[in-house]
Design a protein around this ligand. Sequence first.
Ligand SMILES: [Zn+2]
Length: 259
Amino acid sequence: MDKFYFPQETMRITQNPYGNTSHHPHNTGTPKDYPIDCAGVDGGRSAIFCPTEMKVSAIKFCSTNTIWLVSTHKVDTPTFKDYVFMTCTHWNDDDTHIKKHKKVGDIIKKGEIICLEGTDGATANHIHICTGRGYSDNWVKNSKGKWVMVGDNKPPEEVMYRYTKFTTHVMDNGGLKWISTDTDTCSDFFPPRGYFTKGDSGENVRKIDDFFVNKVKGDYFGDYSVAIVKEFQRQNGLEVDGCIGKVTLAKMVEQGFKE
Ligand SMILES: [Zn+2]
C-alpha cells in the first residue's frame, strides 16, 4: 500500500492552516478546511509531484485556478488508511503540466508533476494545498466568506507523511508536527496491530502455516504454529516470542516465503 506524502522536494511552508492572516477564516468559519501555502526552494516555481496515483475529480480555471485530485486506491496516512483527496491552487493559466491532464477523469501517475507553483490569484509563486479523507470535487463559501473544500477536510500533517527520501530539505515545516518516514509503501500483510499472534486466522495465516510445514492444514494460528514459529526464531537467532512481525517475516522472506 502506498503512503501518502508531502508533494514537494523542498518543504517551505509560508502559511500553515492556523495562521491569523488569509487562512484564518478558512479554519474558523463553517465549514472549515486546513490549507498550507508551499513556496518550494526559492521565489521561483518548484514542482508539485503526485505522491500516489490520483484521478482528476474537478478542475476550475478562475481567479484562483484549482485542481482536485482523489487517490485511485486506498493509501496509508499518519492517521488512517483510506482514499484521500488533495487540491492545488494558484497554478498559472499557461502551466504545461496542467495542460497535459486538465480533464476530469484523467489519471496522474505516482511521481508525475501535477503543476508548478504559480501566481494565479496570488502575489508570489506558491501553491495552496488542502487535503482530506475520501472524496472531494468542489468548494463552497463558508460562514467567513472563504471558499473551502467540500468533504472530510483534514490537516495536512494528518494526511501526509514527510517522506525523507523525497522531501530531502525542510526549510520551514510551518510549525506542524510532520511524521517522517523513510519508505513510501507499507505492508498490507499484517493485521492492524502489526504482527500475527496466537488466535489469528485468515489467508495470510494459511500462507504462514504452509510455509512452515505443509502438514498443517487450515488457517488458524494455534499452539502448534506458535511452537513452530518459536523454533524458527531460535534457529535463526531472532527474539523468541512465537509472534510473526516485521523481523521474523523478513527472515522468512529470505528463506523463500512470499507475501
Ligand atoms: Zn493559501
